[in-house]
Design a protein around this ligand. Sequence first.
Ligand code: FAD
Length: 569
Amino acid sequence: SKLPPRVLYWFRTDLRLHDSPALHAALELKPEFFYPIWTWDPQYVFAHKVGVNRCNFLLESIENLSFSLTACNPKAKLHVVRGPPQTVIPALCKAWNITHLVYEKDTAGYAAVRDAEIKAYVLKEGIEVIDILGHTLYDPQAIIELNGGKPTMSISSWSAAAKKLSSPSRPLPPPDKLPSPGDMPLAGFSREDHPVMTGVDLNEAYRVSATTCFDTMAGPDGNFSIPTMEELGFPPATTSIHGGETEALKRLEAYCADKARVVKFAKPKTSPAEFDPPATTQLSPYLKFGCLGSREFLWRVRDTIDQWDKDENGKKNNEITEHPENLEGQLCFREMYYAAEWSQGLRFGQIRGNAICRFIDWRLQNQYDADGLKTHPRPLGHTRDEERLSAWKEGRTGFPWIDAIMRQLRQEGWIHHLARHSVACFLTRGQCYISWERGAETFDELLIDWDPCANAGNWMWLSCSAFFSMYYRVYGVKSFPEKYDKTGKLVRKFCPELVNFPDKFIYTPHLAPVDVQERAGCIIGRDYPFPMLDEKAEKEQCMQRVKAAYALGLYGNDPATFDGSAVTK
Ligand code: FAD
């Protein structure tokens, strides 16, 4: 006879109970037992150099979710399983007599590859798999199909496709009760019974962990506890941004309490120099880990605007910001990158093999003569590039606007969108002429909200490799921040050595006369670096190089870029 449903519910980037179509579907099965798990996937931790702030955010989010599960059933908690999901999920399904594996579908990057493999394996074992979209508002695959099978390379092409689909539904409420989790016997587990699955691109760390995970998957106390930062070998976090669904909903509520702010939100007008509080919602870390549902965000924004409009009797509706500069438009950019990523899969995060990525040879130190292009490739790992990259990463370029942002990124794990524009442009086509892949790697390490679609997509945008092509528009390291803040608040906060400089020199302290430097208690070249490059001269050169790359018209999937000499990765 058929077993009553025993559900293994696998939480991933959906660390919430509200607005969860997959969780809803799992509970619709009326399971006898409901096993909520999180798998601590070494591939996730080691393939990415996850920094201290993202790791901390994740642990806090897991902890918060576990509390919420317990509130729905005193016997429930989130079981953290240490080990690669490709190995532990099939094993747990067997040990706990699972009938249904349920999870929110992930369409992006490594997760999509991993899930396809696990799904195929588990189905073969006669277990039902229910995977339902929930992370995004729309199905990326459906968007691409409606876009004629082509990647969505602009917000207008994305919008045209999305218009053909029904509008996202209102968020589902969280459950208030949960079925009991079953007992979780691990006795009798052995590696031999559960061979490690192959076929995945196993790196060294993954392989080690796969062979030892059966001894350690329930954690040091054998009770699937949530690891601590210490157990994972991390020092304490430095950010003021804390994880969890509770915090996410509180922040959404607080942001929307100021209705006019929501109504008049216009992204280009929000200041990258504001940080306490920031000028945008700062909800990206919560959307990334799914502590906040995207439909919850969307409908809260829509309802807030409707309410404001009612309060104002519709008299001021010319003050409502339009798409895509409004808040809803921000979610649409997120969707655009998810759809574009779906069209490329794993290659979206790199130049090589990426059909949408313009090939710009970031190694070239081009010199031009009357005949056109003469190129002098410098070797990979060229010292000057490495020095520039380290200085950028560590916030010691000698350009206070860049340094303040990079230090904020390291300390807080979050920076404003236009701050990301500034530092990404500077590293790539603006001044340093270093591949966007290197910048994206740094963001992967330091951002809490790192996301395979938004990060690579935006890096391609800023480096003029895809989505955007106006390479002659470069952010000035003085003129741009001055548009928002002539007093240099962000610099004074994150580069405290410059705190006493007068406003006039706050973005260019090296131009201050020595007596001004002395009075500010900071001598440039001793207490803060000189600019590491000539901003204007490098900008001119970069523009010429990118112009030449555009003239060549190669893309990352072009065989000409595959010959070993012309790839950067
Ligand atoms: P808000 O302005 O309040 O917007 C609300 C939400 O919309 C955000 O939380 C985010 O989920 C989404 N959103 C807004 N703008 C974008 C955008 N351009 N692309 C995708 N989603 C967007 N965002 C990430 O979530 N993860 C990343 O790894 C990431 N890497 C980036 C790298 C570069 C080089 C650049 C220029 C941008 C990157 N962004 C990334 C996009 C954007 O900067 C952040 O989403 C945004 O600044 C987050 O702050 P917020 O929540 O206050 O945004």
